[in-house]
Ligand binder design. Structure first.
Ligand code: SF4
Ligand code: SF4
Length: 291
């Protein structure tokens, strides 16, 4: 059987996406790999407690590096840089690493040929063993960029291991929002689960996430988490799903015991009750994961 990749996303953070990812992984019987693609705020490990087996630096793209000894301070690089990332200070070119996009224009224009490229460590990619299967996750250094590239590498590692050990399922906790790391998480996945909740911005968040899946041609369905926090808003979400033809995969109630279990670092499988296996069954069916 081929490897199926399910990614959980949400139009914004705080919808309970990570808790649902861990909980669904706990009830999915397939041999699986887990991945935390929310590299800006990786929280899946807090519930899965991985025993780390591997860690490697992530350097992302290369940036410019000016050799102070050979720099004449002519300022040509400063004028040529579209990103305002290199400046002459005290007669020498200095690269602002946070702004450099690695476009290499300064390398070509420098008459002294004293600019080269260097890689800087922007974070780490990690693997750990958990009770539910291997977990691939990552951590960006503060101010680190290239989250999309990091997510792509993470998914590649997860797929490689799935193939190696014969796992048929990859469950990924995707980042919130609709930015570059989300696109990187969803592109090429077999199915996306959009986690929504009855809040004021829920409808616009849901629309944005659904539009992204549509653009990327990834089939998706909706889960309404903590539906009982506002029955009125939940009805609005359900109505919109119906009108748009978006599959509603299921609903999960708010329950203090779920929050307590998560606070204690435990996956709230018993606390979610029947909603959980029903939801996983719906995801398998709608996403055609068993085929
Ligand atoms: S590599 Fe591009 S972005 Fe970076 S300093 Fe040079 S010109 Fe600017
Ligand atoms: S173009 Fe080269 S020599 Fe001129 S300021 Fe920039 S790094 Fe220095």
């Amino acid at each position: 059987m081929s490897i199926r990749e399910v990614v959980l996303i949400s139009g914004k953070g705080g919808t309970g996406k990570t808790t649902l990812t861990a909980s669904l992984a706990a009830v999915a019987e397939e041999r699986k790999i887990l991945a935390d693609a929310d590299v800006d705020a990786p929280n899946l490990a807090l519930l899965l407690h991985p025993a780390e087996t591997h860690r490697e630096p992530f350097s992302g793209m290369s940036i410019a590096d000016a050799d102070r000894e050979r720099c004449s301070g002519c300022g040509i690089c400063e004028s040529a840089c579209r990103y305002d990332a290199i400046h002459v200070r005290d007669g020498k070119a200095v690269v602002d690493e946070g702004f450099c996009e690695g476009c290499r224009v300064c390398l070509f224009v420098c008459p002294e040929q004293c600019i080269s490229q260097k890689k800087i460590e922007r974070g780490t990619i990690r693997r750990g063993e958990t009770a539910l299967g291997p977990l691939w996750h990552a951590r960006l250094n503060p101010g680190g960029e290239n989250t999309g590239l990091m997510v792509a590498l993470l998914r590649k590692e997860a797929r490689k291991e799935a193939k190696r050990i014969g796992a048929t399922l990859i469950i990924t906790d995707g980042p919130p929002g609709i930015g570059c790391p989300v696109t990187s998480s969803v592109t090429g996945a077999d199915f996306a689960v959009i986690v929504s909740e009855p809040s004021r911005s829920a409808l616009s968040d849901l629309r944005r996430a659904a539009e992204l899946c549509g653009i990327l041609a990834v089939p998706f369905g909706i889960v309404i988490n903590r539906w009982n926090l506002s029955e009125e808003l939940t009805e609005t979400l359900k109505k919109t799903c119906g009108e748009q033809g978006w599959p509603l995969l299921g609903t999960v109630p708010f329950d203090e015991r779920i929050a307590e279990a998560v606070g204690a670092g435990r996956i709230p499988v018993p606390e979610m009750g029947d909603a959980l296996p029903a939801l996983w069954g719906s995801i398998r069916k709608t996403g055609r994961l068993g085929q």
